[in-house]
Design a protein around this ligand. Structure first.
Ligand SMILES: C[S@@+](CC[C@H](N)C(=O)[O-])C[C@H]1O[C@@H](n2cnc3c(N)ncnc32)[C@H](O)[C@@H]1O
Length: 254
């Protein structure tokens, strides 16, 4: 998963920077990245806000280790604090941030309403909460087979992450925020070497979730796509592209 997060960060880096620049926030100093993963948001926030310190929170120690290593490599270690915490349980002390960023993480919370209230509690008065979400994993092929793979995977995920693809506006309002702005960004990127690697890693991961759901014929075609030696496999295709979306809610605490 860490590799997929890194590949996603690389592929959509420009769009992430664009979303951060769009946020109605002025030179935040204390920023929290909730469910930071390997640091896609953390490093983009550090780049856009040169005066900011980011507290990066995640439950996964390997993701946090990768993030810390990268911060050291980039000479940013003194601007990042990593905190290992399960946000479904007791929240750690996160100070009083003026910006909280949560990208593709809120839908993982067992009780998102509680998590949103917790963010409201910790934010400084007038602070901003940016929730970034995506409806599903990106598309790379645009074929009927890919549609069936996604439908099968979505059925599996419906129980595991029921809040994925939700409208976060009403949830934020219920938690006490004023939603100041909302935006959906359509992302369409042409084939490149990194897009190929991203497609292969992402679809390999999906393969494990559709074993008992797809037909034998679809599974055989799926395995052929993933086979690095197959002439019709993903690595030999020249028609790959990333098609995905990011939705963002900018929510203010009074
Ligand atoms: C899809 S990843 C997104 C990572 C990163 N924000 C990004 O945009 O690349 C979701 C992240 O949320 C973290 N996460 C899921 N449930 C969590 C929880 N209960 N507490 C803290 N982190 C959690 C996962 O470990 C994972 O790193």
């Amino acid at each position: 998963m860490a590799d997929i997060l890194d590949l996603d960060a690389e592929v959509v880096a420009e769009h992430t920077a664009d979303l951060i620049r769009w946020l109605p926030v002025d030179r935040p100093r204390q920023v929290v990245d909730l469910g930071c993963g390997t640091g896609a948001g953390t490093f983009a926030l550090l780049a856009e806000f040169p005066e900011a310190h980011v507290t990066a929170v995640d439950t996964d120690v390997d993701h946090l280790r990768r993030l810390r290593d990268k911060a050291c490599e980039l000479g940013l270690a003194d601007r990042v604090t990593t905190v290992q915490a399960d946000l479904d349980t007791t929240w750690p002390d996160l100070g009083t941030p003026d910006l909280v960023w949560a990208s593709a993480s809120m839908h993982h919370m067992a009780d998102p309403a509680r998590a949103l209230r917790q963010v409201h509690d910790v934010l400084a008065p007038g602070g901003l909460f940016a929730v970034v979400e995506l409806a599903g994993f990106p598309r790379f092929l645009g074929t009927d087979l890919e549609d069936r793979i996604h439908a099968a995977s979505d059925r599996r995920h419906a129980d595991l992450v029921p809040h994925r693809g939700a409208d976060w506006g009403p949830k934020l309002t219920a938690a006490g925020f004023t939603v100041e702005a909302e935006r959906t960004l359509a992302i369409h990127l042409p084939q490149s070497e990194v897009v190929g690697r991203y497609a292969l890693a992402g679809l390999r991961r999906m393969r494990g979730t559709v074993d008992d759901v797809l037909s034998a014929e679809d599974l055989a075609a799926f395995d052929d796509l993933l086979d690095p030696h197959s002439p019709t496999g993903l690595l030999h295709r020249t028609d790959l592209a990333v098609r995905t979306e990011r939705s963002v809610w900018a929510a203010r605490k009074a």
